[in-house]
Design a protein around this ligand. Structure first.
Ligand SMILES: [Zn+2]
Length: 355
């Protein structure tokens, strides 16, 4: 007779799968020829998700966001401006943020897709998830499109969790190579969202200095980690081990959201970093562990940038593998990353009074 160990701790129920939001409709937002944020970005991801094992993953179709959901982070006038671009074949909202007739609708679908993912995780239908949507969102400000972004999907997602599920501590990690100025701005005075960003600096959009740490009630709840060009897996791993995970652990998040841009990849044509797909896998696994420890496993990844198609596919695959609970292997920070020690010290010195 088989005996069961009554003390066995089951921390991940076997039936709980991961959800992936993706849809061919995301191909319809076309910012014009030669634009790096091209519909082509979605194709390798459609290929990848078409082959996912259905024991571990379920594909979710997105829904359009409702007007009032977008209004949680954007002004009425701005939403109307974006809506009006539906009447023009090609419209420039700013120097590098262009729209076509379908862009407004696709923008709503990106936001709604992420919100649907968050709702399904909150309901316990999935243990975690990844929204593979476009356009990206983290540069979008309340009143202004910027840097390929129309609506700030991550920020709207964080507001949604606060409003609908009463979450008071949401950790929003942004590892895109660009600083998420729109997301920082949305929560700069708000302690219910701890915004942590690793980004190349100085670089577009120019924000994200160490000293930008939040104001008023939000003071101490923005953690900027501006990095010199050339940082790779070892530097990022060191940053995660010494800053992101320790501060995240003290915050004890109820939810974790990840603005996952893959433009820090060494192959990326826009970023100047040296991260590999393994590096993204390790970062994801550390955040998954943090979510398991504090947030009942609730973590949702959201695609931001990433402009090399091969790197995008392999990096998303590495994150999905970690979500499934299959580790791609350990990585030792001790071997390298020494050069950024003074920067780590500077950041920890600044954050010391808060964490
Ligand atoms: Zn980016």
């Amino acid at each position: 007779m088989a005996l069961q160990n009554p003390y066995r701790v089951v921390d991940k129920p076997l039936m709980a799968r991961s959800a992936v939001v993706i849809d061919r409709d995301f191909l319809k937002h076309d910012p014009g020829h030669f634009h790096p944020e091209s519909p082509e970005r979605l194709k390798p991801l459609l290929d990848l998700t078409g082959e996912l094992d259905s024991q571990s993953f379920q594909l979710l179709a997105p829904r359009p966001a409702a007007r009032e959901e977008v209004e949680s982070c954007h002004s009425n006038d701005y939403i109307e401006l974006v809506q009006a671009t539906s009447e023009t074949n090609l419209y420039a909202l700013d120097g590098d943020t262009l729209t076509c007739r379908d862009s407004f609708g696709v923008g709503l679908l990106a936001v709604g897709g992420f919100l649907k993912l968050l709702d399904s995780i909150a309901a316990g239908e999935f243990r975690n998830g990844f929204a593979l949507v476009r356009p990206p969102g983290h540069h979008a400000l309340r009143d202004r499109a910027m840097g390929f972004c129309l609506f700030n999907t991550a920020a709207i997602g964080a507001r949604h969790i606060g409003r609908h599920y009463g979450a008071k501590r949401i950790l929003l990690m942004d590892w895109d190579v660009h600083h998420g100025n729109g997301t920082q701005d949305a929560f700069y005075q708000d302690p219910s969202v701890l915004y942590l960003s690793t980004h190349q600096y100085p670089y577009y959009p120019g924000t994200g200095a160490v000293e930008e740490g939040g104001v008023g009630q939000g003071e101490g709840f923005t953690v900027n980690i501006p990095l010199p060009a050339g940082c790779g897996d070892e530097e990022y791993l060191r940053i995660f081990k010494e800053i992101v995970i320790p501060i995240g652990g003290k915050y004890k998040p109820e939810w974790i959201l990840v603005s996952a841009g893959f433009d820090p990849h060494r192959r990326d044509p826009l970023g100047g970093m040296d991260v590999t797909e393994r590096g993204f896998g390790v970062m994801a696994s550390m955040l998954l562990d943090l979510a398991e420890k504090h947030a009942g496993g609730k973590i949702a990844f959201l695609l931001e940038g990433g402009y090399d198609l091969k790197a995008l596919k392999s990096s998303v695959a590495a994150v999905l593998q970690e979500m499934k609970g299959e580790s791609g292997g350990e990585m030792q920070a001790e071997k390298g990353g020494e050069a950024i020690r003074p920067l780590i010290r500077k950041i920890l010195n600044f954050q010391e009074k808060y964490w």
